[in-house]
Write a protein that binds this ligand. Sequence first.
Ligand SMILES: Nc1ncnc2c1ncn2[C@@H]1O[C@H](COP(=O)(O)OP(=O)(O)OP(=O)(O)O)[C@@H](O)[C@H]1O
Ligand SMILES: [Mg+2]
Length: 446
Amino acid sequence: MEEIRELATRFERYSAHSHISGLGLDKDLRAKTVGGGLVGQKKAREAAGIIVRLIREGKMAGRGILIAGPPGTGKTAIAVAISKELGRDIPFVQASASEFYSSEMKKTEALYQTMRKAIGVRIRETRRVLEGELVELEYNMVPNPYNPTQKIPESARITLATKKERRTFSVGSRLALQFMYSGISEGDVIMIDRETGRISRLGKANPEKRYDIDIDDVVERPDGNVEKDREFTYVVTLHDLDEARAKRGSLLSLFSSESREIDSEVRQAVDEQVKEWIEQGIAELIPGVLFIDETHLMDIELFAFMNRAMESEMAPIIILASNRGFARIRGTDDTSPHGVPLDLLDRLLIITTEPYSKEEIRLIIETRAAEMGLVIENEALEKLTEIGEKNSLRYAIQLLAPANEIAKVKNSARIDVEDVEKAEQLFADVSRSSAYLKEWEGKMLL
Ligand SMILES: Nc1ncnc2c1ncn2[C@@H]1O[C@H](COP(=O)(O)OP(=O)(O)OP(=O)(O)O)[C@@H](O)[C@H]1O
Ligand SMILES: [Mg+2]
């Protein structure tokens, strides 16, 4: 028998927070020393756990959270953990405040669009469909009017079967072409939307020949009638709805560029539509989370706009992160705690993060190395821990990958202390690189 080998080797990207899978709390919302890829920082993690509960229970509407603490103490990591805890059902949008400044649109518009991306609408819809196994497909071919040497289907006759019945339909050229181009053939289980004619292929019905490896999903021949009502649910964001409506709006939109501002009338119309759906019981609002990192980059205008927008009934939950103590609010001469205006600060719950102990730094580096599949000698781990304490945790974590490359060049599967030292030599941390440039500046001026 022929052997099947896996050709592609596993290829993974490690982003700064890929080792984080959750907050690592137990049932009583108490933080385990190590959990979800997170180490220590227990108070902040437990607070975040309560926030996750409140969000799930819909009790955080119109409120916000500020995660405040020194650089590298896990603020972004905790926000990522919150998003993991919330799961796929609740929208979570991550943005850096710097993204709001672009030449393409006003900064408040950019912020508002991002806020609306963080609000989901779950829509339920009942549609009339034809569903069954395609047991007969017969095309009626005619010469293509534009190219008579080619033949195209002018119509087709299809027979769909369920366990209960069989029905035959004739379909026009548009549908027949769809059948042909999507490669649907006898034995496929399909579903056709009666109104729009959209065809979806659900899989192959119990094929006689089974292969060990097959690209087709095997599905059963459906029960019941061929023609039936089916309920569909899907989640879109308010921003999706805004865009869809704005496109429908005007001919001009055909000529303008991709990302553009959305009229307030469009948003109003979307809001009214959504409210109507909610009243009719076919839609449900899912307020999600907008996490704005590097909050100190927001200016007074953005803060004021956000503060107002948070009052609307269709506002997401806002999470901010700041590593500033007292700072000037951008666009003013005033300083305030964390560089956030007082009136906004007033409606925020604040979670603080604290610097790590040596033991915690060691554990974080170890967790991270394990997640990357690296083997690291004790002495090397000790050295990295020292670097994490002396320079910064982030720098120590960043040295892991180059140290591993250096080990690989020596044909070693383990990172030893020399590899770490070599990596430290080759890659500067911020204070070293800026000191170096300063020295140069001095020399240039002489
Ligand atoms: N408690 C922790 N457990 C595991 N990993 C952590 C922990 N805290 C931080 N890290 C990791 O350390 C690195 C730095 O943390 P992070 O980026 O979250 O810091 P920050 O507080 O957001 O810093 P800044 O103020 O500079 O934005 C990241 O790779 C992060 O995943
Ligand atoms: Mg951060």
